[in-house]
Write a protein that binds this ligand. Structure first.
Ligand SMILES: [Cu+2]
Length: 289
């Protein structure tokens, strides 16, 4: 009897705790309320199944407890029961997975006119690249990545010259404007995640992954790496500042362009590092890491 009560207490206590618990999502700051909806559906389905299973166990322990003169009946197969269980399980799985397919479709269907920017992950820091005044990101090549050219921008592509490079982990975005987030990694798998945006996506060396979002309120939010990427993983942090368009433009104008950073390095280091031979050397060294 104690076990029966304990099981009922666990079942009801869990439900009560779910509703009064102080732990919940941070208030959303993007258009991805759909992602919250799918998680809520999953909570409902798994919650109902959890209650049903635990309460059924409690019922069985009580109903089929030891009684003298009563003998267990051997009944290994029941077609009817199996059909019910298969049907209900299928229904539960379909209800949990179907909404996700629709949300995923929206997640990777970028609306026309969305601005774009790039996030570069590396052990263990973030950097960002915005298209310059021409509105187009320059082409990149992983072989061109070096200490002086962390994004591997093709120096011959005129679109790349005015690309705005942001290092130091602080990203700014204008509020209420859809933006396509292009994701790359230099070394290992990383994952760009801003909890308030709900959205996240893996960053794969050698590939460009993407999603889109519209930031819906101003504020400063944490950027986390959501893929275990080495001993410094926990420290791979950044900030995203969502602000009004004018403040964003002001910030963007203060950042260094690719052409400026190239000019600065060649001034600092003389012709040695600026020569393409040295750049290629440092790439081949870098890639053996
Ligand atoms: Cu990482």
């Amino acid at each position: 009897m104690i076990v029966v009560f304990a099981l009922i207490l666990v079942a009801l206590g869990t439900v009560v705790f779910h509703f009064v618990s102080p732990w919940w999502w941070t208030p959303i700051a993007s258009n991805w309320g759909y992602i919250d909806d799918t998680i809520l559906i999953t909570f409902w389905v798994t919650g109902v199944v959890f209650l049903a299973v635990v309460l059924f166990m409690a019922y069985c322990i009580y109903r089929f407890r030891y009684q003298e003169n009563k003998r267990a009946e051997y009944n290994p197969e029941s077609k009817k029961l199996e059909w019910w269980l298969t049907g209900l399980t299928t229904l539960g799985v379909v209800v949990m997975l179907t909404p996700g397919l629709f949300v995923w479709n929206q997640f990777v269907t970028v609306p026309e006119g969305a601005a774009e920017f790039e996030v570069m992950g590396q052990q263990w820091q973030w950097s960002f690249r915005f298209p310059g005044k021409d509105g187009a990101l320059g082409t990149t090549n992983a072989r061109k990545i070096s200490g002086d050219n962390p994004f591997g921008i093709d120096p011959k592509d005129p679109n790349g010259q005015d690309d705005v490079l942001v290092e130091g982990g602080e990203l700014h975005l204008p509020v209420d404007q859809p933006v396509k987030v292009l994701l790359r990694s230099i070394d290992v798998l990383h994952d760009f995640y801003v909890p308030e945006f709900r959205a996240k996506m893996d960053m794969v060396p050698g590939a460009v992954t993407y999603f889109w979002l519209t930031p819906t309120r101003t504020g400063t939010f944490d950027i986390l790496c959501f893929e275990l990427c080495g001993v410094g993983h926990h420290d791979m942090r950044g900030n995203v500042v969502v602000e009004e368009e004018s403040a964003f433009q002001e910030w963007l104008n203060e950042q260094t362009t690719f052409a400026q950073s190239v000019a600065e390095t060649s001034k600092k280091d003389g012709p040695k590092l600026a020569s393409s031979k040295a750049a290629i050397n440092s790439v081949s060294k870098g890639s053996t890491r």
